[in-house]
Design a protein around this ligand. Structure first.
Ligand code: ATP
Ligand code: MG
Length: 400
C-alpha cells in the first residue's frame, strides 16, 4: 500500500524540483489513512498542464480541460491534476469552466467531503485544513463547508455521500444529512453516466444494504432510472444477503425484483442506466440462465453453453433469491462442468475445412449444422473429441 506512494514519490519530486508544489490527494490519501488498499494514487500540483509537459517526457492528455494529465513514469501512469477552483456552477451540475489556481488550500476547498480533502506530500506530511482526519476517526461523511452550498453546486455529491456509506461503512454527519434530504430533488439534473458510476460503486460496497436503505429512507431512489415508483424493489434488496454478489450479479438481482421478464423490458431498464452494450448483453444472458435454473436443474448442454463464470453467478443468485443452499449446489454443478469433454467450440478436433474435404461438397449452412451436431454429440458423451472418431461417426450418420 505504501508502495504505491513510494513509486509515485519521484513524480512529486520532479515537480517540486521544477519549482512547483505537488501532493497526493483524494481517495488514495483517505484510504491510506484508513489503512485500506489504495486503488489509484491521485496527484495535485500547482503546475498547469503545459508546465507539466515541460517537466515530464511522456504525458497523455486525458482531461486537459479539467487540468488532468496522465504522466507516464517508469512503467506506471499517474493522473496529475492542476490545482483548480470551480467557478460558476450551472444548473446544479459540475462547473461550466475550471480555473487553474496556485493554492493547495483552494484546491482542497472545492472537494466534496472533509475526508477527501486531505493532502500528503512526499515526506508523508499531512495537510488537513478541514479536519478530515477527525472525520475519518469518527467515520463521518461531512461536506467541506456548507452542505447546502456544496450539494446545490453539484448534486452528484449527495449520491457520492451514500456510496461512501456503502464502501466505507461510514455515517453521514447530521447537518450534511439534513441538507441532503432537503436538496435530493436536484439529482434530477445530473447526467445518468455520473449517477451510474456512483451507483455501481454503491452496489459493490460492503455496507451496500445500509446504503440502499438510505436511498429508500431519504427518497433518492426516486431520482434513479427505473426505481421511481419501486420502493418494493429497494425493500427486497435490503432484505437480501447480497454482500457476495459482484456488480453484474447485483444488476441481475435488481432485475429479478423488478419482475421484468421480457428481454425488451430488461434491456430498456439497463439502457436507461446507459450501461455499455456488452455489459447489458451479459446481464441478459445471465438472466435467462437464472430463469431456467429457477424452473429446473441445469442440464449438460446448459452448463456447457453458460460457462463457468455464468454458472457461478447464477448459483449465487439462486441461493440469494430462494434463500436456500440447495443440495445440488454450486460445487455439484461446477464438478459436472469441469467433467465436460470440451468447454468451447474452438476445442473441437474438427473444422469446417475438414468437413468440406471429407464430404467433397461446396460450403453452405450444412457445415455449421454439422459442426453443431458434432459439438452436441461430444458434450453428451456420445463420441470422443478425436479427429478420426468424429469422421467415422459422421460417415455412419450420413449412411443412415
Ligand atoms: P475512490 O477510492 O472510490 O476512487 P475517491 O474519493 O478517490 O474514491 P474519485 O471519484 O476518484 O473518488 O474522486 C477523487 C477526488 O476528487 C475525491 O476524493 C474528491 O476529493 C474529489 N471529487 C470527486 N468528485 C467530486 C465532486 N463531485 N465534487 C467535489 N469533489 C469531488
Ligand atoms: Mg479515486
Amino acid at each position: 500500500m505504501i508502495d504505491s506512494f513510494l513509486q509515485a514519490a519521484p513524480v512529486l519530486h520532479h515537480l517540486e524540483s521544477a519549482g512547483y508544489e505537488a501532493y497526493f490527494v483524494g481517495g488514495s490519501v483517505r484510504d491510506f489513512l484508513l489503512k485500506k488498499p489504495i486503488s489509484d494514487v491521485d496527484i495535485a500540483t500547482s503546475a498547469t498542464p503545459e508546465e507539466m509537459k515541460q517537466v515530464f517526457r511522456k504525458t497523455v492528455d486525458v482531461g486537459i480541460q479539467h487540468g488532468t494529465l496522465l504522466v507516464l513514469y517508469k512503467g506506471n501512469s499517474y493522473e496529475v491534476t492542476t490545482f483548480r477552483a470551480e467557478s460558476e456552477y450551472v444548473d446544479f451540475r459540475r462547473p461550466k469552466e475550471v480555473v487553474f489556481i496556485r493554492s493547495l488550500l483552494d484546491d482542497l476547498q472545492r472537494r466534496d467531503f472533509t475526508m477527501n480533502a486531505i493532502a500528503m506530500d512526499h515526506k508523508w506530511n499531512i495537510i488537513d485544513p478541514f479536519n478530515g482526519q477527525q472525520a475519518l476517526k469518527e467515520k463521518l461523511i461531512q461536506t467541506v463547508g456548507s452542505a447546502e452550498e456544496r450539494f446545490t453546486e453539484d448534486a452528484l455529491r449527495m449520491m457520492r455521500a451514500v456510496r461512501f456509506v456503502s464502501t466505507l461503512s461510514f455515517t453521514i454527519e447530521s447537518v450534511t444529512l439534513i441538507a441532503l434530504k432537503r436538496h435530493q430533488n436536484l439529482l434530477e439534473k445530473i447526467a445518468i453516466e455520473r449517477k451510474r458510476a456512483e451507483f455501481e460503486k454503491l452496489l459493490a460496497g460492503l455496507n451496500r444494504r445500509n446504503a440502499l436503505r438510505l436511498l429508500l429512507e431519504v427518497g433518492i431512489y426516486k431520482f434513479l432510472p427505473g426505481f421511481e415508483n419501486r420502493e418494493d424493489v429497494l425493500t427486497r434488496l435490503i432484505e437480501c444477503e447480497c454482500e457476495d454478489l459482484n456488480i453484474n450479479e447485483m444488476w441481475l438481482l435488481i432485475i429479478y425484483y423488478l419482475n421484468a421478464t421480457e428481454k425488451q423490458e430488461i434491456e430498456a431498464f439497463l439502457k436507461e442506466w446507459k450501461l455499455p452494450v456488452k455489459q447489458i448483453k451479459e446481464i441478459i444472458r445471465l438472466f435467462f440462465f437464472l430463469k431456467k435454473r429457477l424452473a429446473k436443474q441445469w442440464d449438460t448442454y446448459e452448463l456447457y453453453s453458460a460457462g463457468k463464470e455464468a454458472i457461478v453467478s447464477v448459483e449465487k443468485l439462486y441461493e440469494v433469491v430462494t434463500e436456500t443452499k440447495p443440495h445440488k449446489g454450486m460445487d455439484h454443478w461446477l464438478e459436472l462442468y469441469e467433467a465436460l469433454p470440451i468447454k468451447d467450440r474452438a476445442q473441437l478436433k474438427v473444422t469446417g475445412t475438414d468437413l468440406l474435404s471429407w464430404f467433397n461438397q461446396g460450403g453452405g449452412p450444412w457445415v455449421k449444422e454439422m459442426i453443431e451436431k458434432v459439438e452436441l454429440a461430444i458434450i453428451m458423451g456420445e463420441i470422443k473429441n478425436e479427429h478420426l472418431e468424429i469422421k467415422e461417426w459422421l460417415e455412419k450418420c450420413n449412411r443412415k
